[in-house]
Design a binder for this molecule. Structure first.
Ligand SMILES: Nc1ncnc2c1ncn2[C@@H]1O[C@H](COP(=O)(O)OP(=O)(O)OP(=O)(O)O)[C@@H](O)[C@H]1O
Ligand SMILES: [Mg+2]
Length: 258
């Protein structure tokens, strides 16, 4: 992948399970955001990206979105000068029948985020970071997507809000598979059954999340932490885990090449 003449990604291969949460991990600057932007068609890419079997690697962003990927970007992409309701409204996809048939699913969004209903008329720029994240994730649930991609949804949030966002991601993943870019390993351990780890723009590891985090040497080498790190410890909670065993048919397969 080339950005401004620089090759950022060199060989990124991973699958997203067709249910639950798959984590995309790696140290700062490893290429996680660039990878999800490549999936969305927001940076030039070559190679193969398949969504439920359909090749999407040559599609522009609006067509990728129409194929059913909801994207909550790293910077949240909220329109600060618009209300919560207007931000959601802008995310509604045109409904023209076929695969996209169906009204925007406000019932689901309001069930998961009652606060968004209560704050419908509030300017999004005046929301807290956690509430803005709810808008960003809520937008991805409005349309009947095949996949949700969330890029560091808990970045910069207070611990209590992180738990709330985690709960929401777990519930969202019961409806739609989620590709989660995340640095909070406690959260990753709780939510994600499988993971891919990037290092220097390549896939350095793929496999079971709990196994990776239990392997002190591998966790240190790949993520910079050991298993005794407080963020990595503790068993996955079965009540909140939406992790699925690696699915037979991945929802997304990528082989991004320079
Ligand atoms: N527009 C750009 N021009 C030049 N280099 C870039 C550009 N965007 C990203 N990079 C570089 O590509 C590499 C990967 O960046 P990327 O943002 O994908 O990493 P990341 O894993 O998401 O990091 P973080 O954890 O900090 O979000 C970094 O070295 C970064 O400096
Ligand atoms: Mg990033």
């Amino acid at each position: 992948m080339v950005i401004d003449g620089l090759h950022i990604l060199h060989g990124v291969d991973f699958d997203v399970a067709s249910a639950g949460v798959t984590a995309l991990l790696g140290r700062n600057g490893a290429g996680k955001t660039t990878t999800v932007k490549a999936v969305m068609g927001l940076v030039p890419r070559t190679g193969s990206i398949r969504l439920s079997g359909a090749e999407i690697s040559s599609l522009s962003t609006h067509l990728v979105v129409r194929h059913g990927i909801g994207y909550a970007p790293e910077d949240r992409g909220i329109f600060a000068g618009l209300t919560v309701a207007e931000n959601l409204r802008l995310a509604e996809r045109e409904v023209r029948g076929g695969a996209e048939a169906g009204e925007p699913n406000y019932a689901l969004v309001h069930e998961l985020f009652p606060e968004l209903k209560a704050r419908a008329g509030q300017l999004a720029g005046t929301l807290s970071g956690g509430q803005q994240q709810m808008v960003a994730i809520g937008r991805t649930l409005l349309n009947r997507n095949r996949l949700i991609i969330a890029d560091e949804p808990t970045k910069g949030l207070a611990p209590k809000i992180v738990s709330e966002v985690a709960e929401v991601l777990a519930r969202a993943a019961e409806a739609v598979p989620v590709l989660l870019v995340e640095q909070n390993l406690a959260l990753v351990r709780r939510l994600a059954g499988t993971c891919a780890v990037l290092a220097d723009g390549r896939t350095a590891h793929r496999g079971d999340t709990a196994e990776l985090l239990a392997d002190e040497e591998a966790a240190r080498r790949l993520l910079g932490v050991g298993s005794r790190h407080p963020l990595a410890g503790g068993p996955r909670s079965s009540s909140t885990s939406s992790a699925a065993s690696p699915a037979a048919t991945p929802v997304v397969t990528t082989e991004v090449r320079p």
